[in-house]
Write a protein that binds this ligand. Structure first.
Ligand code: NAP
Length: 252
């Protein structure tokens, strides 16, 4: 059974893996045997060191994902480095908090560009490569509780993550025929930089904890099982889903 989840010899691209959930998922995929390409704007020093300890290879591509101009170059560099690409985890994301009535075009565009526009065009570049090479692969998008709910004071984040849920289904519908699985993970409330403001706000922190049946914030390693499953042969017939990993938040 464990061979179904074995990623030995596979190559996984993970965006935003210098910290937080991206780092946790990169380490989980490396732990399952994959070589990892880390894509982001900050040097992922700690992640590279931790991956090396797991006995697989890694490569870092430094690029600003606020623009989708370089997506074909990213896929080409990853494929040239390790000879192939198999898995793409679209994790990089940002959030801007402001009243909807005050929200600025910059707060809208910056979030939509990283969370949605680059996610789409990087997925397209990855899928084009697989189709050209007649190879199968896995795309895993990182969604959010705000793929299902409205949130408050985060209109561009909610719009982007709701769109990620829809886009995941749309791409699965088109690319399943090529043996490309497109699925998403919706993390609940995880303790990372992205939620630092919420964790620090005593009132919001206790409101959030009260609603989580597991009675704690998630840790990046809580995504390990879901990401390895969706990256592995174990999910070959799973298409277009957004899998919540939320300690039960959505069940309340
Ligand atoms: P995080 O610690 O802030 O990490 C975000 C990652 O995205 C970092 O590596 C960051 O790089 C990268 N990134 C942001 N803008 C970028 C850009 N323009 N170019 C390249 N890389 C960029 O947050 P996180 O919580 O791990 O979030 C990871 C993903 O999970 C995001 O899509 C987020 O929306 C989603 N998510 C998080 C939670 C949660 O509770 N934490 C819940 C649901 C969904 P830098 O370090 O250089 O900024």
């Amino acid at each position: 059974m464990s061979s179904m989840f074995d990623l030995s010899g596979k190559v996984a691209l993970v965006t935003g893996a210098n910290t937080g959930l991206g780092q946790g998922m990169a380490l989980a995929l490396a732990g399952a045997g994959a070589n990892i390409v880390l894509i982001g704007r900050s040097e992922p020093t700690e992640t590279l060191i931790e991956i090396a300890k797991l006995g697989v290879k890694s490569h870092s591509i430094l690029t600003d994902l606020g623009s989708a101009d370089n997506v074909a170059g990213i896929v080409a560099e990853a494929a040239a480095t390790f000879g192939s690409v198999d898995i793409l985890v679209n994790n990089a994301g940002i959030i801007k908090r402001n009243e909807a009535i005050e929200f600025t075009p910059e707060e809208w565009d910056s979030v939509m560009n990283v969370n949605l526009r680059t996610l789409f065009f990087l997925s397209q570049a990855f899928a084009r490569h697989l189709v050209d090479e007649k190879k199968t692969g896995k795309i895993i998008n990182i969604a959010s509780m705000l793929t299902f709910q409205g949130g408050i004071r985060v209109p561009s984040y909610t719009a982007s993550k709701s769109a990620v849920g829809g886009l995941t289904k749309a791409l699965a519908n088109e690319w399943a025929q090529h043996g490309i699985n497109v699925n998403a993970i919706a993390p609940g409330y995880f303790a990372t930089n992205n939620t630092a403001a919420l964790q620090a706000d005593e009132k919001r922190n206790s409101e959030i904890l009260r609603r989580i049946p597991s009675e704690r914030w998630g840790e990046p390693s809580d995504l390990s099982g879901a990401v390895v499953f969706l990256a592995s042969a174990g999910s070959d017939y799973v298409q277009g889903i957004t899998l919540p990993v939320d300690g039960g938040w959505l069940s309340r």
